[in-house]
Design a protein. Structure first.
Ligand code: ADP
Ligand code: 3PG
Ligand code: MG
Length: 383
């Protein structure tokens, strides 16, 4: 990948930046600007050199949402940000022409046009017509074969932004970790984690599975998991991974009776159960203190820790395992890399983020990069 540091000329050049402005919004307000703050260095680098910076991003999945409130939030972090309510076409090109050197224009949600997700060639051409240079900085979306990810870079001279460079460098380092190395994969849905588990078992010394993901492994090894969340995955595939001696699973859980969701919210009736003692009418929502202690002892002996996926149902208050492990990682002295939208959300309020070595802005993109070593949006950038 060529870096934005290699761009020969900046002054008054329109530069199209695919960035990640997809942050959570509630009632028209940005509730968490973490990704915006990570987008700033590339934008500032280009605007300080006098480029006309044109930002494109998606927000949400449906294509109905607007980037307008996000442009406003970005305007609180950096100067000279404006918003234009269209993405492509003559009026959008006009807005770009009118941009003063060094100013920043946010165009409307890419996914308002179906062509973004289908990687429509005409849509990619329209995007490319907005600028002279393309910069990819939306690492979190580089696993998706969309127009702004794999279409536009083929039509313009392209460069990697500072965030993308950092993500690739840090996560690539995690592919060849210093040993002993511990990987912790939680969250849910075996199908989204299978490839990364298989890859990590080749390079890491211990791979711990937690969260709802662990339920699949407990079930496959013949344990009762009651009414816990399990994936609709092929049990043979789970058993193949389970057979690897590097795999570590929880030894105790926090369970509640599966009678109603109110109990879940209140945590009433929650008890600690060893694996093997869980009842058919119970639900696992977190792992227990013995498992946290096991993870702590592994983490203390390790030089590298990689973590993706909450270790419990944190949205409903089952945060003990996740919080305990966050503290364990922060105190460990190991090189620590964490990522995943839910993972960051689950631990952000603990104020521990500055104590991790690297925080990835990617969820699916991080997992895919770790599983395959590259991503479609990276492969397409020229060397
Ligand atoms: P990330 O976004 O960090 O990659 P995932 O999307 O894979 O993480 O998983 C997050 C989800 O997993 C959360 O909604 C969390 O509640 C859920 N989860 C974790 N442990 C459990 C559990 N024991 N039971 C139910 N859901 C769980
Ligand atoms: C997307 O829409 O794909 C997101 O930007 C990537 O984040 P996620 O994989 O964690 O949802
Ligand atoms: Mg998630």
């Amino acid at each position: 990948m060529r870096s934005i540091r290699d761009i020969p000329l900046f002054e008054n050049i329109p530069i199209l930046v695919r960035t990640a402005l997809n942050v959570p919004i509630e009632n028209g307000k940005v509730v968490n600007d973490y990704r915006l703050r990570r987008a700033v260095p590339t934008i500032t680098f280009l605007s300080e050199r006098g480029a006309k910076v044109i930002l494109i991003s998606h927000i949400g999945e449906k294509g109905t949402e607007t980037l307008e409130p996000i442009a406003r939030a970005l305007g609180k972090l950096i100067p000279r940000v404006s918003f234009f309510s269209e993405t492509i076409g003559e009026r959008a090109r006009g807005a770009v022409r009118n941009l003063a050197p060094g100013s920043v224009l946010v165009l409307e949600n890419l996914r308002r046009d179906k062509g973004e997700v289908t990687n429509d060639r005409a849509f990619a051409k329209e995007l490319a017509a907005l600028a002279d240079i393309f910069v990819q900085d939306s690492f979190d979306t580089c696993h998706r074969p969309h127009a702004s990810i794999i279409g536009v870079p083929k039509l313009l001279p392209n460069y990697a932004g500072l965030l993308l460079e950092e993500e690739v460098e840090e996560l690539s380092r995690s592919l060849t970790p210093k040993h002993p190395a511990l990987a912790v994969i939680g969250g849910a849905k075996f199908s989204t984690k299978e490839a990364v588990l298989t890859a990590l078992l080749k390079t890491y010394d211990h791979v711990f599975v937690g969260g709802a993901l662990a339920n699949d492994f407990l079930k496959a090894s013949g344990h009762e998991v009651g009414k816990s969340l399990v994936s609709e995955a092929n049990e043979e595939n789970i058993k193949k991974i389970l057979a690897n001696p590097k795999l570590v699973v929880p030894i105790d859980s926090i369970v509640i009776p599966a009678t109603n969701t109110e109990e879940m919210r209140m945590r009433t009736g929650a008890r600690i159960a060893n694996i093997g003692e869980i009842q058919p009418n119970e639900v696992i929502l977190d792992h227990g203190p013995e498992t946290s202690a096991l993870l702590k002892s592994l983490a203390q002996k390790t030089k590298t820790i990689l973590w993706n996926g909450p270790l419990g149902n944190y949205e409903h208050g089952f945060t003990d395992a996740t919080d305990a492990f966050a503290h364990t990682v922060a105190d460990s002295g190991a090189r620590s890399v964490i990522g995943g939208g839910d993972t960051i959300a689950a631990i952000e309020t603990l104020n521990l983020l500055p104590r991790f070595s690297f925080i990835s802005t990617g969820g699916g993109a991080m997992l895919d990069l770790l599983a395959k070593g590259t991503l479609p949006g990276i492969d397409v950038l020229s060397y």
